[in-house]
Design a protein around this ligand. Structure first.
Ligand code: BGC
Length: 718
């Protein structure tokens, strides 16, 4: 991609001063200035540690103004902004760049559009449970249409960090614990965001993040070190990033963490050898926020100057908000400590992406007029509702759901009527007032209900709904938890409701797997709603009242207790697989199996699987299985195909997802579902760091979740 612009890029580079080149690498956010002496971050810290109250904080914010550093912009010292998403400001700043700087190079505006811009759709972890690439493209497209109306050119998404540890708060931002699902999810988002043609004013660049393995920080603590074999990194963590690059993603963000001792922003092996060398990436990289400067904290750079040199040499093209490049690159080049050629390469990468976006021809890609009608259209709301329905996972149902028409609902719990919580983490452009809570939806739809504080109030209700789980601030960035157990207040509430003897339905809101063994045992029905976005209440009622048949399946394992983390289905067998005898790999105080396994999810109908057949073909395996809808209503079933390599030169996972298909079956209907698994996909990285498949027995498993499958063994020698 992008080769047609090289002559233009070189011509421009030859005219640029050193300062102008460095300016292109500088991404800044608007700073808040107001009646406070400290930085915005410091102010936030002051509120969090109680030095100032929330009210004082809000008061200071109300008086604060945004500073866009316009003098620096005029001087050609800014190439990009982060976090501005309104047409008026974007066009005003763009006009300065185009008309008032010496060379008129347009700005690039980046923004965290993670699960919608204004029409917030379900968080990525939720949406991944739909196992539906077509849907992922659609919501990605919607996000791009809205974000570009606000002037955004690049989203810092998709996040394709495989996340196996539920303690990590950012599991909410990705597609769960499996590499294949993260790859498919990422590819779909790249297509949705970038569209068919990046020069179109409703297309934005996808910045794939966080490269690499950010989801694997020790102890689930955000930003923590990652230490793993290169084989594991290659087998389980790198494939989703590679898939996104192959799908045409034009930007990449290196992760905050180190890998095996080298922070990703200074990791030449990752950014030069693999990303640009092996995968042929010629787009731009942008550091994570302040990550260049943080190389000093990591202890691999002596100061910011050293950090700037190392990161630029590594190929981090743009410095997000650390101001290290703008402060030091000039002197580094002038003193000969850094070659100008290295600088030119990074500038060229950024200019290439600006060209590909069509910014040189059309720097003003939106207008205040366009923006006026761009958000929350009826179609957007419809898609938000549909995607929320498809994302929900029915975890348990003992004949309680769906709730029959006319039944009176007693609604309980802090999350039943908190609109803002429905947005979930990373919803910068979302507004609380756009959201429909469960209570709002009941009111608007004329469903008989009482929003109760006590069970006495619910005396004449037929079904009690407990809306419990996490508030949105408990997941997302910097929201790791040392305990993922459901809160004691929530458990007490459910207990009280169960004591009434009435039918109880738990609706769970959360951005990570929660440890819910109590609910799994006692509650008659559990609907995992995650953070469903603006149409939350409507979508939840669609499922609870049976207007829609739930079909979501977990993309992340639900452990019994935090101590089992990281817990994931594709684990190794160990030399002593867990069993009855003492000296096997297990816990004394908790079961070995999860509460709910990967791939699990119920429906209002039931499915029967039989007739698994596995045959060798020229390039891979042909797998077929019969699936029948044995219940009384139509439904979508997500058929999953796993493979285990029984004997390898390195230990292999007990199963790995290799294919899946969502099929609609009307009541009584059956279908022969087929998969093709390429031999190429049955390989792994061996001790000599070569990828390939080894001959031997393979177990092919097909079923409705990772723990319930039909199995067949086949010998493969190719
Ligand atoms: C996050 C990134 C995000 C960036 C810009 C960082 O703190 O790690 O995921 O894109 O901020 O807002």
């Amino acid at each position: 991609m992008g080769k047609q612009y090289e002559a233009k890029i070189n011509a421009l580079l030859s005219k640029m001063t050193l300062e102008e080149k460095i300016g292109q690498l500088q991404q800044c956010g608007p700073s808040l200035v107001g009646a406070f002496e400290v930085s915005f971050d410091e102010l936030l810290d002051m509120m969090f540690d109680g030095r100032i109250s929330k009210e004082e904080f809000d008061k200071l914010m109300a008086g604060a103004k945004q500073d866009f550093h316009e003098d620096d912009l005029r001087a050609g010292k800014i190439g990009s902004y982060n976090g501005i998403g309104d047409a008026e400001t974007v066009n005003r700043l763009q006009k300065i760049a185009v008309e008032e700087t010496r060379l008129g190079i347009p700005l690039l505006f980046g923004y965290d559009v993670i699960h919608g811009f204004r029409t917030m759709t379900p968080i990525p972890l939720a949406e991944s449970c739909a196992w539906d690439p077509t849907l992922w493209v659609e919501t990605g497209r919607l996000a791009a249409q809205e974000a570009t109306a606000g002037g955004v050119h690049m989203t810092f998404a998709p996040m394709v960090d495989v996340a196996k540890d539920a303690r990590w708060g950012r599991v909410s931002e990705g597609a769960g614990e499996d590499a294949l699902l993260n790859s498919d999810y990422g590819v779909a988002k790249v297509k949705g965001y970038q569209g068919e043609d990046l020069t179109k004013p409703d297309a934005m660049v996808a910045c794939v993040k966080h490269f690499a393995a950010y989801g694997s920080g020790e102890a689930g603590r955000d930003y923590n070190r990652v230490d793993m074999s290169l084989q594991r990194l290659r087998d389980e963590y790198l494939p989703p990033y590679e898939a996104c690059i192959k799908a045409g993603a034009r930007a990449v963000m290196p992760a905050f963490n180190d890998i095996n001792g080298v922070p990703c922003s200074a990791n030449k092996w990752l950014l030069r050898d693999i990303l640009r060398g092996e995968w042929g990436f010629d787009g731009m990289t942008v550091s994570d926020a302040n990550a260049v400067a943080e190389c000093v904290n990591h202890g691999i750079a002596s100061d910011r100057r050293d950090a700037a040199r190392q990161c630029l040499e590594t190929g981090v093209d743009m410095d997000m908000t650390s101001n290290s490049y703008i402060a030091h690159i000039k002197e580094l080049v002038e003193s000969g400590a850094l070659s100008e050629k290295t600088l030119d390469e990074s500038v060229a990468n950024i200019l290439r992406v600006k060209h590909e976006l069509g910014l040189f021809e059309n720097p003003y890609q939106t207008s205040v007029e366009r923006e006026k009608t761009a958000y929350l259209t009826p179609e957007a709301r419809q898609l938000a509702r549909r995607s929320a329905v498809k994302s929900m996972v029915l975890l348990k149902n003992e004949n309680v759901l769906p709730i029959a028409a006319g039944k009176k609902l007693g609604i309980f719990g802090k999350l039943a009527d908190s609109r803002g919580e429905m947005l979930g983490p990373w919803a910068i452009g979302g507004h609380s007032e756009d959201c429909v809570s469960i209570v709002d939806a009941c009111k608007a739809q004329g469903i008989p209900y009482i929003y109760c504080d006590s069970t006495e109030q619910a005396a004449d209700c037929d079904v009690l709904i407990a809306a419990v789980g996490e508030t949105k601030d408990l997941s997302g960035e910097a929201a790791s938890r040392a305990s993922i157990e459901l809160g004691s207040e929530d458990i007490a509430l459910v207990q009280t409701l169960l004591d009434t003897g009435k039918a109880v339905v738990v609706v769970l809101f959360n951005g990570r797997p929660l440890a819910i063994p109590y609910l799994a045992e006692k509650a008659p029905a559990i609907l995992e709603a995650w953070f469903p976005g603006v149409e939350a209440g409507n979508a939840i009622l669609d499922v609870l009242l049976g207007r829609e048949n739930p079909s979501g399946k977990l993309t992340t394992t639900f452990p019994h207790t935090t101590g089992q983390c990281p817990m994931y289905y594709a684990h190794m067998n160990t030399g002593r697989p867990g069993g009855k005898s003492k000296f096997t790999s297990k816990y004394l105080d908790t079961p070995l199996e999860p509460v709910y396994p990967f791939g699990y999810g119920l429906s209002y109908t039931s499915y029967k699987y039989w007739g698994l057949a596995v045959e060798k073909a020229a390039n891979g395996l042909n797998v077929t299985v019969y699936v029948k809808n044995t219940g009384e209503r139509g439904g979508d079933e997500i058929v999953q195909c796993y493979v285990r390599d029984l004997v390898g030169s390195r230990v292999r996972p007990v199963k790995e997802l290799k294919a899946y298909k969502k099929v609609f079956l009307s009541a009584g209907a059956e279908e022969c579902v087929g998969f093709h698994i390429a031999y190429e996909d049955l390989g792994f990285w061996n001790n000599d760091m070569h990828y390939g498949m080894e001959p031997g027995d393979f177990v092919v498993s097909v079923g409705s979740n990772s723990a319930q499958t039909l199995n067949q063994t086949i010998y493969l020698d190719c």
